[in-house]
Design a protein around this ligand. Structure first.
Ligand code: ATP
Ligand code: MG
Length: 230
């Protein structure tokens, strides 16, 4: 399989409804150029997660199409789709197992070296090393030592290792202390480099590092501009 996506995502006149009685996205036409970082903002119920899930193909449009480099997602081989597009949701930040296991979910065949390199890239290595068993620490130990910010960094390392051309991130709402916030911010910037990204943004700091901000309301994009413009 020689197919390698560049990462242009297009919503081509997409209408979407979960059920017959409610239209969630009435008519979405949106081009996301390869390499662009988009921050999605808007009130609860606006349709942000729905838009994100359509890119990850959790659902298919009711009408219209979502394409990657011009190819309808429905026509992509599931293996190609999973390699090209990765979605990181806040519910799925950590699973039971060790820190290393959690990072390796991004690439099951990864060596310990690759895992450590991914952790270093996003700024997670230092705190992982300081855990009781380092990379072999069980993250499932309730009341354990892994904070909200550290969880996010581990999920960033996982996504970095997976290295998708399109990354979708539903940012955690948990508030972080200032040093953690800075660390997460830096990790995020490294993670975003050289790929297309759509982030459901809950932090102002994330909005400011985006190339483009989309404000959603009732399933429509009501504002579309740079962080400076909005
Ligand atoms: P939040 O900021 O609260 O996460 P959101 O912008 O992500 O909100 P969505 O989760 O996309 O909003 O929801 C958009 C609309 O779709 C809401 O009215 C919601 O109730 C509805 N909805 C979401 N998921 C489903 C589902 N699985 N089945 C039916 N309706 C759904
Ligand atoms: Mg949501």
């Amino acid at each position: 399989d020689l197919w390698k996506a560049r990462g242009t995502v297009h919503f081509d006149r997409v209408r979407f409804q979960y059920t017959e009685d409610a239209v969630i996205l009435p008519d979405l036409d949106l081009e996301i150029p390869a390499g662009q970082t988009i921050a999605l903002v808007g009130t609860t119920g606006a349709g942000k997660s729905t838009l994100a899930k359509l890119i990850a193909r959790f659902y298919d449009p009711t009408e219209g199409a979502v394409t990657l480099d011009g190819v309808d997602l429905r026509k992509l081989h599931p293996k190609d789709l999973r390699r090209a597009i990765v979605m990181v949701t806040q519910e799925a930040y950590l699973f039971s197992g060790t820190v290393a296991d959690n990072i390796a979910l991004g690439k099951p065949e990864a060596s310990r070296d690759e895992i450590v390199r991914a952790a270093k890239a996003v700024g997670a290595h230092a705190f992982i090393e300081a855990l009781p068993d380092g990379y072999d620490t069980d993250v499932n130990k309730r009341g354990g030592r892994v904070s909200a910010g550290q969880r996010q960094l581990i999920s960033f390392a996982r996504a970095f290792l997976a290295d998708p051309v399109v990354l979708i991130l539903d940012e955690a709402t948990a508030s972080l202390d200032i040093p953690s916030e800075r660390l997460v911010q830096q990790g995020l910037q490294t993670l975003l480099a050289d790929r297309t990204a759509v982030i459901i943004a809950h932090r102002l700091s994330t909005v400011t590092i985006a190339d483009r901000v989309l404000v959603m309301e009732h399933g429509r994009v009501i504002e579309d501009g740079t962080p400076a413009e909005l």
